[in-house]
Design a protein around this ligand. Structure first.
Ligand SMILES: [Zn+2]
Length: 241
């Protein structure tokens, strides 16, 4: 968003860390996000068990994912490797990485072989290939849910306003108020009947409206961030320069 100048800042709307990127969206350390993600992980584990997943495979997938979320740059946990088939499955998936796993890159063949043998052992008629497809959908869904949760935090709280320059807006309103009606036509005087405190206590949307009205009347007369910063002008509703 920042590169295209749609928003002034690109802080994470949840933990406020600067320069939010997709990896951060998935592993953000904000406590509400952590709780939400925990729920997703639990739901994933319950689904794996419902699908009669081979128990060591369940451990591998849940432990690997959990450890990556805790520290994406850290070391892989120790996995118990039971056979050559296991070795291949673990090594290949670990080389691909857990970020890739959430993007749907699952080392299908080795995992399918393990799950296939397990279904045979349990004398179930389920197809391991079908299970692998559902596993990929499941990993996509985790990614999608985390993305949606982040968007909700951005758009349904004041976070988008904070990123768009709410601090600059308040400072600009204070200055406009200080300058007062000045050279503006009398019709604007009603905007100065309320106290500055009242204006600053209003919702961000109302503050934007107040500032838009005043500034539109003074376009070209004042030079500040709102006169030369496209992202801010777009946010307030001023016409592009
Ligand atoms: Zn964050």
């Amino acid at each position: 968003m920042k590169r295209r100048k749609q928003r002034l800042e690109d802080n994470c709307p949840r933990c406020k860390e600067p320069h939010e990127h997709l990896l951060h969206v998935l592993v953000c350390k904000d406590s509400n996000t952590g709780a939400f993600r925990k729920g997703e992980e639990e739901e994933f584990q319950i689904w794996l068990q419902k699908e009669n997943i081979e128990p060591n495979l369940e451990r591998f997938l849940t432990l690997g994912l959990q450890s990556w979320i805790d520290d994406p740059m850290g070391r892989e946990p120790e996995y118990v490797v039971h056979s050559q088939k296991w070795e291949k499955a673990v090594t290949t998936q670990v080389n691909l990485g857990w970020y890739a796993f959430l993007c749907g890159f699952v080392v299908a063949k080795p995992l399918i072989d393990i799950q296939h043998d397990h279904y045979l052992e349990l004398q179930l008629k389920k197809k391991a290939e079908r299970w692998a497809i559902k596993l990929i959908h499941k990993s996509w869904n985790i990614m999608y849910q985390l993305w949606t949760q982040r968007n909700t935090a951005l758009h349904e709280t004041d976070a988008i306003h904070e990123n768009s320059g709410v601090a600059l807006l308040k400072a600009a309103i204070m200055r406009e108020y200080e300058l007062g009606i000045n050279n503006l036509p009398r019709v604007y005087s009603q905007n100065f009947t309320q106290t500055l405190e009242n204006i600053l206590e209003k919702s961000v949307t109302q503050q934007k409206q107040w500032f838009l009205v005043i500034r539109s009347g003074k376009e070209g007369m004042i030079l500040d961030s709102f006169s030369d910063e496209d992202a801010l002008r777009h946010w307030i509703g001023l016409t592009p320069r």
